[in-house]
Design a binder for this molecule. Structure first.
Ligand code: NAP
Length: 437
């Protein structure tokens, strides 16, 4: 029997469990650990609440979770409740599917000012992550600046702009919905340090900005390269740039009907966030692209007055003491998922924070191939029963998949009209719901 521990119950974790099951069928036992009492990681707390069709992928994970040889072990913090070394003693393979939960710092002065947030925190706030549910961003200012030209920047800009009616059918948490309904924001500036051809925004997500009730995207036509240059882009990127071109062509009279401006500010590198205790502006330096496509400063600078800043510039994995880590790439040092025989990583913990949810599937299957090479038929480790003994000794309050289904049921029962669920944002509330008979 092979015993595998997966740490993290997001897409990377569940695809790895699925791959293990496909590889070994009944001859494997997989335990998926999560520090929260609820599964699915970024699907629950990262994917935007108004993107329910993307969140629907969790149904696939649920069918894996309900296999007899796959088990969800929630509410267990690896590193506190049990160490990696202990898990390695119990399981033939330990797979880190811990994602990249920390914001990459912008490395500029003023990041610590009030009302400046990283996207992990801000997205966690509107998605009800217990760690960030009490973030309480102040939305009473007029201008928000979103730093970054990726899909997370688009998510944040869109969420800041939507009306309550546009959240119908979403699972945005009540505290965020209420705060957004009272928001005074009239301008969301999306800062890109490079140009329209260098955006990391996908066409579908970019296209959504054209259909907002209150928001209207604005692109300065002068920032767009000659249209012939679009021919050199790969098709997806060309489509994204076509959206930017269509935003640049929106007539002013149409814009006037929409109270929130979503301004794309390209070739704009943030240099400092300023304010007296609380953010009141951001200093920007104009850039040009060098021959390698990198942004270099021109010396020309300006300030945007703003009362909220959200940095959406990527994430980093949490290092684990004793596990080799590549600081610059923000991921564990690994060779195609193998950190060392017996210890592996998948998803963002392996690759860094890029790619779609689906990118994790080949990752999971790839790492199972490595594990198969390393562990053979298993080495007689204690596996599940061993962990259960340890959990009992330490009085760990483990949340099972069945318990999670009770939490889910309670969240569905308390949903506002039209919403799929109202998430619990507090771990104790989750545990209470899980303990109901
Ligand atoms: P991302 O796609 O890597 O984009 C990060 C952006 O931040 C880039 O535009 C980058 O510009 C910019 N940036 C980085 N450091 C900066 C700095 N110091 N100053 C200014 N700008 C800086 O990251 P993400 O938006 O966090 O998304 C993470 C992953 O999740 C991506 O693969 C994304 O596609 C995926 N995602 C998908 C969806 C969806 O499909 N709906 C939604 C959300 C996220 P440079 O290019 O110049 O480095």
């Amino acid at each position: 029997m092979r015993h595998i521990a997966i740490i993290g119950s997001g897409p990377a974790g569940y695809y790895t469990a699925e791959a293990a099951q496909k590889q070994w069928g009944e001859d494997v036992r997989v335990d998926i650990f999560d520090l929260l009492p609820v599964p699915y990681g970024l699907i629950r707390t990262g994917v935007a609440p108004d993107h329910q069709s993307i969140k629907g992928v969790s149904r696939r994970y649920e069918s894996t979770a309900q296999l007899d040889n796959v088990r969800f072990v929630g509410n267990v913090t690896v590193g506190e409740d049990i160490t990696i070394a202990e898990l390695q003693g119990l399981y033939d393979a330990v797979v880190l599917a811990t994602g990249a939960p920390n914001d990459k710092p912008a490395g500029i002065p003023g990041e610590g000012l009030e009302n400046v947030f990283g996207s992990a925190a801000f997205v966690g706030w509107y998605n009800g992550h217990p760690q960030f549910a009490k973030l309480n961003p102040d939305l009473t200012g007029r201008t928000a600046v979103v730093i970054g030209n990726g899909n997370v920047a688009l998510d944040v800009a869109r969420i800041l702009t939507k009306t309550a009616a546009e959240f119908t059918g979403s699972d945005i948490v009540a505290h965020a919905l209420h705060a957004l309904q009272k928001s005074h924001i009239e301008r969301v500036v999306i800062l890109g340090r490079r140009g329209p051809h260098q955006i990391a925004m996908t066409p579908k997500e970019l296209g959504e900005l054209a259909h907002l009730t209150r928001g209207c995207p604005r692109v300065d036509p002068a920032d767009l390269p000659d249209v012939e240059e679009d021919l050199f882009l790969e098709p997806g990127q060309r489509k994204s740039v076509e959206h930017l071109r269509s935003f640049a062509a929106i007539p002013e009279e149409f814009r006037c009907d929409k109270p929130v401006e979503i301004d794309f500010d390209f070739f704009a590198s943030p240099k400092a966030i300023v304010g007296d205790g609380r953010v009141s502006g951001i200093e920007i330096e104009r850039t040009v692209l060098d021959e390698n496509g990198r942004a270099s400063g021109t010396g020309e600078s300006y300030t945007i007055d703003c009362e909220l800043v959200v940095t959406c510039i990527g994430y980093k994995t949490s290092p684990i003491p004793g596990v080799p880590f590549e600081e610059n790439a923000g991921r564990f040092a690994n060779d195609e998922g193998r950190i060392l025989p017996g210890l592996y990583c998948v998803g963002w913990a392996r690759r860094g924070p890029s790619g779609t949810i689906g990118t994790n599937r080949p990752d999971g299957f790839g790492v199972i191939e490595k594990i198969a090479e390393d562990i053979g038929v298993g080495s007689g480790k204690a596996g599940r029963p061993g962990f259960d003994r340890l959990a009992e000794e330490r009085k760990l309050d483990v949340v099972t998949f069945r318990d999670w289904k009770k939490i889910e049921e309670a969240e569905e029962a308390r949903a506002r009209e039209g919403a799929p669920r109202e998430k619990f944002t507090d771990v104790d509330e989750m545990i209470k719901a899980a303990s109901k008979p």
